[in-house]
Design a protein. Structure first.
Length: 640
């Protein structure tokens, strides 16, 4: 054996273990499911590697998972002959949180806390299923060996802050995990009871592709020649005896290979949880066999809850690829576009090469055909959803669908039809783009929208005053990704999308004579504000407010600029246009002051106030709020 090294868990892992042990206590049995899932994944990887390096696996190709319980020693052991781990892989993977990232996990933990404690789906979602062993164990030992390695590795910990790792002599590849179970409390399940483990495996892991074996106690008839009989030839005593025999606890039937009507709802729920590591039930199931020139089986699930790390770059795609029941790869981005990566499922394509690589997949005609059909299936299900159910889905996955608009040109129209927005007229309800068009006024030519941070500020924006006066409906877009949606979705069903904050709205006519009366004042204001604005013009947007800021047709919106700055990106220097309402009494009085004395210093103050009011009305931040407060205070004092 090599020298044993003691290492400390990272602080975040210690917090994680504490939460797992104390918050998931009522879901203790999930550790069995998680450890079997990990073992199944390890065998998947071994079978995949076997395709190219069969010599590493020649000594043992009978892939299986073995469970064992020991009542006296109070242990639960799970063994697999999968891919195993090297010494370095143990150090990299055990004792740290999964690749999703420590910060992401802790953030998700905080979000998931509720009256019932920690949401258990986090265990699987963030790849920390191994740690679920500490829900029931005082100590966990892991012995593992990778194919082709001379030595194995032992990892051991009580979960209280440190762990040990050392090289060991281990004959066979694979992993053996031993849980030293803590004393069960009254009402707890006894995980050293065979029937308890059998029930858990049947409930959670019946569909696992590999045999889950346990040496179980059973009854068998005593052979006739060994039965003790009386003088009349009747048996004396028992005719059956207790023996230990290997028993396969799961059916191993690939669920996607069954006929659609043969799979129960419960089986679907458990299989979905197995492949997704989610705890919630799926919202929709797509179970289909495609036949024709090529045949393949598809089983997909649309989740009911969005994963916490849905948009993190390191998050895996939900699709797995099989060939004749042999696992090829997970995280298969070639089967569905990135924006549908939340869909969980399996494709089994018998005509694929077992040694297929990701590079080959991208060029494979069959894979392109599969992808096209899978996308169609997902769209059909979403389009056919009952309204309230779809809104439930949309509130979880709207960002994902919106991400498809700039990236999936072929399906842009179908995606656009799936979008929903609240509007200036819809209250708390969502409106489709088709409903918006149906409700358009006879003289209305365009679909109007406004982007920003909150529904309240958008609904009350001065930019909408003229549109409201015309009784035009406006889409209120409060999701940052909407900024990229409107850049790509410039029209829908021959109706152009028009920002309420950019360019000329052309919905109100301005009195040219009155406009000319203000031309000198507008030039003066532009000169005073030349560092801040591109121009000062008469507004055809405003009805009640005195000023607002607008942009060029192709300029960056105020919200987009804010998003870019918040993400640390440099934005091109852009000045916007200040619009003023020449029908507002304030403008009439400023005009009177200007015409009586163009050198009056108060005109500079009023120029700044007009600009600051425009900034505040769109939810922006003032450069000098103290000056604004002082000027406003002076005005109030004079007015009172």
């Amino acid at each position: 054996m090599g020298a044993k090294k003691t290492r400390k868990f990272k602080t975040e892992v210690q917090q994680l273990l504490h939460l797992i042990i104390h918050s998931l206590y009522s879901n203790q049995e999930i550790f069995v499911r998680e450890l079997i899932s990990n073992a199944s994944d390890a065998i998947d990887k071994a079978r995949f590697k076997e395709q190219t390096e069969p010599e590493l696996f020649a000594d043992d190709t009978d892939f299986h998972i073995r469970l064992a319980v020991d009542k006296e020693a109070k242990t639960f052991t799970i063994t697999d002959n999968g891919i195993g781990m090297t010494f370095d892989e143990v150090n990299e993977n055990i004792g740290t949180i999964a690749q999703s990232g420590t910060a992401a996990f802790m953030e998700a933990l905080e979000k998931s806390k509720n009256e019932t404690g920690l949401s258990p789906e986090l265990i699987g979602q963030f790849g920390v299923g191994f740690y679920s062993a500490f829900i029931v164990a005082d100590k966990v030992r892991l012995d593992t060996k990778a194919p082709g390695e001379e030595k194995g590795t032992r990892w051991e910990s009580d979960g209280k802050g440190s762990y040990t790792v050392e090289e060991i002599d281990k004959e066979k590849r694979g992993t053996e995990i031993t849980l030293y179970l803590r004393d069960a409390e009254e009402g707890d399940q006894d995980f050293t009871e065979e029937y308890v483990i059998k029930n858990i495996v049947k409930k959670h892991s019946d569909f696992v592709t590999y045999p889950v074996i346990m040496n179980c106690e059973t009854s068998e008839p005593i052979p006739e020649n060994e039965i003790i009989k009386d003088s009349e030839g009747k048996p004396v005593g028992d005719t059956f005896r207790k023996v230990k025999k290997d028993e396969t606890l799961n059916s191993m039937k690939a669920i996607w290979a069954k006929a659609k009507d043969e799979v129960t709802e419960e089986e679907h729920k458990e299989f979905y949880k197995h492949i997704s590591h989610n705890w919630d039930d799926p919202m929709e199931i797509i179970h289909k066999r495609f036949e024709g020139v090529t045949e393949y089986e598809v089983l997909m699930y649309i989740p009911s809850k969005a994963p916490f790390d849905m948009f993190r770059p390191e998050r895996k795609h939900g699709m797995q690829l099989y060939c004749k029941r042999v696992f090829i790869m997970d995280d298969c981005k070639e089967l569905l576009p990135e924006y549908l990566g939340f869909v969980q499922g399996v494709v089994d394509a018998p005509d694929l090469n077992l040694n297929v690589s990701r590079e080959i997949l991208q060029e494979d005609r069959l894979v392109r055909n599969i992808r096209k059909n899978l996308v169609k299936q997902v769209f059909s299900v979403l389009e056919g959803m009952e309204k309230d159910k779809y809104i439930e889905f949309y509130e979880e996955f709207a960002q994902a669908l919106k991400a498809g608009i700039p990236t999936d040109f072929a399906n842009k129209d179908r995606l656009a039809a799936l979008l929903r927005y609240k509007t200036t007229k819809s209250g708390d309800n969502y409106v489709t783009l088709d409903e918006y068009i149906e409700n358009m006024k006879e003289d209305q030519k365009e679909i109007y929208y406004l982007t920003g941070e909150s529904l309240t500020s958008l609904a009350n924006s001065p930019l909408l005053e003229a549109l409201k006066a015309k009784d035009y409906e406006v889409l209120l877009m409060v999701d940052p990704i909407d900024e990229w949606v409107v850049q790509s979705l410039t029209e829908y069903k021959e109706k152009k999308l028009k920002s309420a904050e950019k360019g000329d709205l052309d919905v109100e006519k301005v009195d040219d004579d009155k406009k000319n009366e203000y031309s000198a004042l507008l030039s003066f204001l532009k000169g005073k504000l030349e560092d801040k604005v591109k121009d000062v013009v008469v507004s055809n947007r405003l009805k009640d407010s005195v000023s607002c800021l607008s942009g060029d047709d192709w300029g960056m919106s105020a919200y987009m600029e804010k998003i870019m700055k918040a993400s640390g990106q440099k934005t091109p220097e852009q000045k916007r246009v200040m619009e003023v309402n020449i029908n507002h009494p304030v403008m009439e009085k400023i005009k009177g002051l200007f015409e009586s004395d163009t050198t009056n210093p108060v005109l500079t103050d009023y120029s700044d106030l007009l600009y600051d009011i425009a900034v505040i009305s769109e939810g922006g931040k003032l450069e000098n709020p103290a000056r604004f407060s002082s000027l406003l205070g002076d005005l109030m004092a004079k007015a009172i």
